[in-house]
Design a protein around this ligand. Structure first.
Ligand code: GLC
Length: 414
């Protein structure tokens, strides 16, 4: 887990047949778009026609990997097969794959090669639930395709064969990110066996908690207690107090959809995105931030702009994010991260003058701005903790960072 704990920030990529309609089916939008087939109850025969249209000629995988680099993201997790059941890689075990489309190129190979070239860690998203495979059970309750003779055991064999391809044919894979594990046919024994299979194929791969069933009463935040999985995956939320004692990763959209959504312009601002990264890091978690390329492969411009803004901020302030640990204190004025003898104070709502870090204990040596390391910030110890005196102007309009160096690792008042 050590590289992953250091990394703090990754890119999620949702791409599939659903990216072509972008949520629009016969003139209507049906809500969360990679779920389109389900939400619009598209008949099997009609949906699979999308494969004949799949030709993302403007997909530039290397540019996506370079974008992640530029954004300061340290790993990429990409959908190899989403709930729709279509494989974006060359699979010997499925004819519903990218090789059966006009595009006819293995997109996962392109990711593997680019990531290797740019020293980017790569992970595979894989949906256990599969709306295409004839052996997958249960069927959607609206599905009319006959399920006579379907065998979930056979589906599991198919899935294992695909996982074997994904973990054998593409070099080192750092993460397996499972999803779609919540249906009645999945159980702990299968989850553990899947975990063990992936580990056998690649001893260093790490996996999210969705490989296993949710523990009774549990949710995406649940980890441990005999369940398989190395980290938990709160979705579209940053837990209020983090998840102390646990490795966790918030997965988050840049608008309101995972898959490309023609009708969704609700893009988060750079300030909001940087705030989310700061918040997850200060609570001890990772942020997996999603892009949903369009059907032709282009990345929506607002995603590019947002990621570049984050990268620009990280180039100055990245030391306050990468390799840090959760905040020792909880104060309303700012967030903090910790690393060894350093505390980074991340200030989004800058107010010149005293800033009190109540509860922080230790002997400070000095404080400086990450944006201008020669500029010392006055500080003093108070009965309460430590107080800084912020200068008139913040060096960054969105979030400025003051680093406090201590004589020895600081602590918080019990
Ligand atoms: C949910 C959705 C899925 C999405 C995933 C991302 O499980 O079903 O569409 O890919 O969240 O975390």
């Amino acid at each position: 887990m050590s590289w992953w704990r250091e990394a703090r920030f990754g890119m999620f990529v949702h791409f599939g047949l659903y990216s072509i309609p972008g949520g629009e089916w016969k003139g209507t939008f049906v809500g969360s778009h990679e779920w389109m087939r389900n939400n619009a109850k598209v008949p099997h025969e009609e949906y699979i026609q999308l494969a004949q249209q799949f030709n993302p000629t403007r997909l530039d995988v290397d540019a996506i990997v370079r974008l992640a680099k530029e954004a300061g993201q340290r790993y990429i997790v990409v959908t190899t097969k989403h709930h729709e059941g279509f494989s974006l890689f060359d699979s010997r075990h499925s004819t519903y794959d990218v090789m059966a489309t006009p595009y006819r190129r293995d997109i996962m190979r392109a990711f593997a090669e680019s990531c290797r070239r740019h020293e980017m860690k790569l992970g595979w998203y894989y949906s256990i639930m599969d709306w295409y495979h004839p052996d997958y059970l249960p069927r959607r309750d609206w599905e009319v395709r006959d399920a006579t003779g379907a065998s979930f055991d056979r589906y599991v064999q198919f899935m294992n064969a695909q996982l074997t391809e994904l973990l054998t044919n593409y070099g080192e894979i750092s993460v397996m990110w499972f999803d779609g594990q919540w249906e009645s046919t999945w159980n702990h024994t299968l989850g553990q066996a899947t975990y063990d299979l992936c580990r056998r194929l690649q001893p260093r791969v790490i996996m999210n908690n969705r490989v296993d069933v949710k523990a009774a009463g549990g949710d995406d935040r649940t980890l441990g207690g005999g369940m398989a999985g190395d980290y938990s995956t709160p979705e579209l939320e940053v837990p209020a107090r983090g998840l102390p004692g646990q490795d966790w990763e918030t997965c988050m959209t840049m608008n309101d959809n995972w898959g490309y959504a023609k009708d969704d312009e609700n893009w988060k601002s750079p300030a909001k995105l940087i705030g989310l990264l700061v918040e997850t890091a200060s609570k001890g978690g990772n942020l997996l931030l999603n892009i949903g390329p369009m059907g032709d492969g282009r990345v929506p411009q607002p995603s590019i702009d947002g990621l570049r803004a984050m990268g620009a901020w990280l180039r100055v302030n990245g030391d306050a994010i990468y390799g840090t640990e959760a905040s020792l204190i909880d104060v309303p004025e700012c967030r903090t991260t910790t690393r060894g003898r350093e505390v980074n104070v991340l200030v989004e709502r800058w107010r010149p003058g005293p800033l009190s870090l109540a509860g922080l204990r230790g002997t400070p040596r000095r404080a400086l701005l990450l944006a201008d390391r020669r500029a010392e910030i006055p500080l003093r110890t108070t009965p309460d903790g430590i107080a800084l005196v912020l200068p008139d102007r913040p060096p960054d309009p969105i979030c400025s960072v003051v680093r406090i160096e201590f004589e020895a690792p600081p602590s918080s008042r019990a």
